[in-house]
Design a binder for this molecule. Structure first.
Ligand code: FAD
Ligand code: NAD
Length: 449
């Protein structure tokens, strides 16, 4: 039986970072995935999505500048944009395989499952491990509704060769916001059915309000407080039914229905009971060091661990913590202060640190600098009327508690606030920083004035 210091289940961001660190320390490592190597971010998430967003950005810039010296409408050629996406995604699995072969890391293809506390089965082979890292990521949560089999996933959407005319997104979070902009700009009629009372509930409600008119301009229908109850096939395609408290059921016709209702740790195939790895309510039971409470050989990282927010930089951070714990003994804990998060609508919306509501609940004494600023140069130059910020500053310490941005380059500028939140910079520190002018970052000082 082959034996390793570490077996990593998964080949995404968390796996890649952990393998690199532990292998560099001289450990023998095996990596297992049942899908092409590379994981969600590179193959089915962040990167392919953002390759498509590049198309949207181009046509949106042309639209905004129309009548300001730029003439002629641009349009998305969906199949060609998909081909552009594949120029990035297609080479990844083979590159990763080559990298593991060059390093001497054994790569296995197949679904991994525990046979015992230190044994893993994959593709008919039994492997023994001193340690196991569960880095299996997340999968769409079960909707538990009739017609669920008619609903496609975000992954299917990112592979569509042609875009259907009528698209319904179940859910109103990250995936729904990003995909609705993509699909609408490519010519589809899009409806978002969101159970929560707000679109993008993870983001500041005032800023979401400033962004919402762009959805309406794109013709995206947003139904909030609407829970999808069933999907059915009809002669004309699909029909999605939804309910609202105290109101009659309503329905929306569609050619494609996309799951955008959230994801949860992907643990089903692992036979965790055989591995003596405790789970509760679909979540691994881990200590503060990302180590299984019931089987000390086993760690978890990233979306599978489900401890920090399910974002790529968190998967990478968790993996560094696990690698450090494996190599020096379990003494390191993840630190999720200042994790920035962006929804790549055009324009984007971004957040880092505490929300206004969280700061109030914590009883903080803070001031708020908030404004919608379409008259600022950054917005004027781009003919973009959506531009605004909300920054929370601690009254006693002058520390930046949280920042919320919407508008051009919010996705880049939020990282400066992330630096401040994570490393304890004050508003005065940021105000006294010199930023190249004219850039969006040079607005930071005015956001703190
Ligand atoms: C559409 C979409 C867009 C996103 N956009 C962003 C973004 O812009 N920015 C951002 O920060 N985050 C984004 N995310 C989230 C981000 O992709 C994830 O947080 C991140 O990729 C998780 O990495 P991971 O290493 O934890 O897991 P993954 O990358 O998901 O890797 C897990 C791997 O484990 C494999 N696996 C599962 N079970 C088994 C098993 N039993 N045996 C063998 N292999 C197994 C899977 O096949 C998978 O390849 C997006 C997610 C989606 C779905
Ligand atoms: N830009 C990014 O960083 C990015 C982009 C895409 C996805 N992601 C990650 O992927 C995860 C999954 O994204 P997501 O958009 O699927 O989830 P999400 O958690 O952002 O949003 C899901 C929404 O679906 C709603 N919902 C759930 N069940 C419903 C039902 N039956 N009917 C109507 N609405 C329902 C919920 O109210 C919730 O707001 C996110 O948590 C995020 O971390 C990140």
């Amino acid at each position: 039986m082959a034996s390793y210091d570490l077996i990593v289940i998964g080949s995404g961001t968390a796996a890649q970072v952990a393998v690199a660190k532990v292998h560099a320390a001289g450990w023998s490592v095996a990596v297992i995935d049942h899908r092409p190597f590379g994981g969600t971010c590179a193959l089915r998430g962040c990167d392919p999505k953002k390759m498509l967003v590049s198309g949207e950005e181009a046509i949106d810039a042309a639209r905004r500048m129309a009548g300001h010296g730029v003439e002629g409408a641009l349009a998305i050629d969906w199949p060609a944009l998909m081909a552009f996406k594949r120029t990035f995604t297609d080479p990844i699995p083979a590159k990763q395989e080559r990298r593991y072969a060059d390093l001497g890391v054994d790569a296995f293809h197949g679904l991994a499952r525990f046979l015992g506390p230190d044994t893993i089965e994959v593709d008919g082979r039994t492997l023994q491990a001193r340690h196991v890292l569960i880095a299996t990521g997340a999968r769409p949560i079960a909707l538990g509704i009739p017609g669920e089999e008619l609903v496609v996933t975000s992954e299917d959407f990112l592979e569509l060769e042609n875009l259907p005319r009528r698209i319904v997104l179940i859910g109103g979070g990250y995936v729904a916001a990003e995909f609705s902009h993509l699909a609408a700009r490519a010519g589809a009629e899009v409806t978002i059915l969101q159970r929560a009372a707000q679109l993008l509930p993870q983001f500041d409600p005032d800023l979401v309000g400033w962004l919402t008119p762009r959805f309406r301009e794109l013709g995206i229908a947003i139904e909030t407080s609407a829970t999808v109850s069933r999907v059915e096939r009809t002669e004309d395609g699909l029909v999605v039914h939804a309910t609202r408290q105290g109101a009659p059921e309503f329905s929306v016709a569609a050619d494609l229905v996309v799951h955008a209702a959230g994801r949860g740790p992907d643990l089903e195939a692992l036979d965790l009971a055989a591995g003596e790895v405790a789970v509760r309510d679909g979540r691994l039971q881990l200590d503060d060091h990302l180590r299984s409470l019931s089987n000390p050989r086993v760690y978890a990282a990233g979306d599978a661990a489900g401890v920090g927010p399910p974002l790529t930089p968190v998967s990478s951070h968790d993996a560094k913590v696990v690698a450090a714990n494996l190599l020096d003994g379990a003494s390191h804990r993840p630190d999720y202060r200042g994790v920035p998060s962006v929804v790549f609508t055009v324009p984007p919306i971004a957040t880092v640190g505490l929300s206004e509501e969280q700061a109030r609940r914590q009883g903080r004494k803070f001031r708020i600098n908030a404004a919608s600023t379409p008259d600022w140069f950054t917005a004027r130059r781009l003919a973009e009327p959506i531009y605004g910020h909300k920054v929370l500053i601690d009254e006693d310490t002058d520390l930046i508690l949280g920042a919320h941005l919407v508008g051009p380059n919010a996705d880049e500028v939020i990282n400066l606030f992330g630096l401040a939140v994570r490393h304890g910079l004050t508003a005065a520190d940021l105000r006294s920083t010199m930023f190249a002018y004219p850039t969006s970052a040079s607005d930071v000082g005015y956001m703190l004035a």
